[in-house]
Design a protein around this ligand. Sequence first.
Ligand code: HDE
Length: 691
Amino acid sequence: MADTQHTQDGRHPGGETHQVAGDGRPPLTTQQGVVVADDQNTLRIGARGPAALEDFHFREKIFHFDHERIPERVVHARGFGVHGYFENYEPLGDITIADPFQQAGQRTPLFIRFSTVAGNKGSPDLARDVRGFAVKMYTRQGNWDLVGNNMPVFFIQDAIKFPDLVHAAKEEPDTGFPQAQTAHDNFWDFASLMPESTNMLLWIMSDRAIPRSFRFMEGFGVHTFRLVNAEGRSTYVKFHWKPKQGMQSVVWNEALKINGADPDFHRRDLWDAINKGDFPEWELGMQLFDDDFADRFDFDVLDATKFIPEELVPVRRVGRMVLDQTVDNFFAETEQVAFCTQNVIPGIDFTNDPLLQGRNFSYLDTQLKRLGSPNFTQLPVNAPRCPMAHFQQDGHMATANPRGRANYEPNSWPPEQGGPREDPQHGYTSYPAVEEGEKRRVRSERFADHYSQARQFWVSQAPIEQRHIVDAFVFELSKCDRPDIRERIVSVLRNVDESLAAQVGDGLGLAAMPAPAVTARQPITDLPPSPALSIVGNGPSDFAGRKLGVMVTDGSDAGILSAIQDACDAQGVTVELVAPHITGVTLSDGNLVAADQKVDGGPSVLYDAVVLLGASDALSELPAARDFLTDAYAHNKFVGWVPSAEVLLEATNLKARLDDGFVLIAGAGDVDTFLTRCAKLRFWDRQLPAA
Ligand code: HDE
């Protein structure tokens, strides 16, 4: 923050000049600005004597350190934030007066924080989980927070169940584990007794829950919101973020290994991409509809366990989000950013979605607990960037204190002293929805169908994606100790799709299938597949933004390597060299190239595809080198290889199993063929041959 920074010559901004140390660095000071002479030794009485209480430097240093932590978020504790902007494509004044959507080309600065939900702050990035997708736009009409997820549906219909859901999903209260995973009895016990969570179960068991990177996943506002125009007309809207890089996920066995090899895999990916100028982009999409559609739709648009298929209501792309700047300080920005669903601006309003209504209470409440003062809005990452004036005052850490005489209203002080006034014309006006009904603890009958859309999601998946869903259910349920919980989930799945239930039952080794769970309403079984729901069907068109791992040894072909590097540069692909030593290898032309990773620190799970540009008998002896290849094979990756790498293919028994996912790079001319193949990202036929 500005007041703790030093200028180059050692002056505090606006303060006196301190003596500058010989090499030009500013002197170390206490928080009070007193220059420190010795930061190595506590003040003590005699060389072996007791410490003196008057050591204000020691006291201040330890005191501050002791108070460095703030409570982590109850959910979404593990997150990563960056800055960017939203650029609007065309004026949308006919639909909303919201500031970001008024002019073509208009840019609104924003901060985004991606997160996992269940894990603690230090948990690995590639947990199987929903990803938070929270965007704070600093508009000229105030801050607008769209606090979404990477899946368009949620586990529960009413916010009152949120504490139960989160308790069940996080660590069990007696043991304090497992960390960052739902693969335990408590979660599946709860889920098996909450039929409304079935749709979301399919989503979190799908590859959506293990994205390859934040850059390659979709985002959703989840709830139905309202857009309101100047005439006060309301249009319902569902918000979507569509990654321009295409969608991509990893496979589960890979996720498990990435968590060991690089627990920061997702944040590192985003950090690296932005800092090398490869700015990730998403398009903001809107599904716009009216009461007429809402009445006709098979489900209630206020029910957050349902999505609206894009094939029914098209997603209109209204602008793009570009992420172009990493944070200066993780704590100041990512940790202290405070998203609140109730941060809306004129032209954007809520609906009665019971989940959204509950969230509107929760977020403000949680920020006070976390940040410790109602003045969290004054922190730079949270402060609006438009003019702001009000009569709220004081409190812990108040730094933006108003000047002038009046701190109340109405008042009769002249304008320069009397403070701000309300503005009925431009101020936020709620949509005047007419509400009526009995005050009761009830839920609409229209929320009662829990299975039809889960089935629609299932039938929209490619066969390989269906296989992954089955495997994920089997994996998670196999971690449950109680057989009755496993069986209850299978009985729930029978209402979704018999073949899904049978495959999961088979994977669990059930002797007999349990009866289907009782349904509140007969599911609809003929909802058509929605192609937009498949990741494999919505991948990228090229290999740009991806990472290639090239294994090199002494004598590797310099010509092919430079062809790989040139082609990858041209296509926006990152190349990393993996070698027996970090110092590097001597290529065929006699030049020494440095390695990016030593072989055991650069497993193939960190790359989208690999090339074996060399191998030796000694290298093939290393388990890490063999894993490099066998994992790439097991994870259905494309493997380029040169004849001299054959020794590793033989050492791993893969020489006899070469398939179309292996590309022989006999010379520089084959590099393009290889990279073109890589655009498909995975050779799925290896795991599930096309029918
Ligand atoms: Fe949250 N959620 N949530 N949530 N949520 C929080 O706020 C809550 C829900 C989401 O990067 C908390 O600052 C309730 C749906 C994101 O800082 C808390 C309910 C969706 C983030 C909270 C929900 C989300 C949060 C914890 C049930 C997707 C991280 C810390 C009604 C649309 C934001 C905090 C960030 C964080 C409450 C359900 C998304 C406790 C009560 C549905 C992305 O306030």
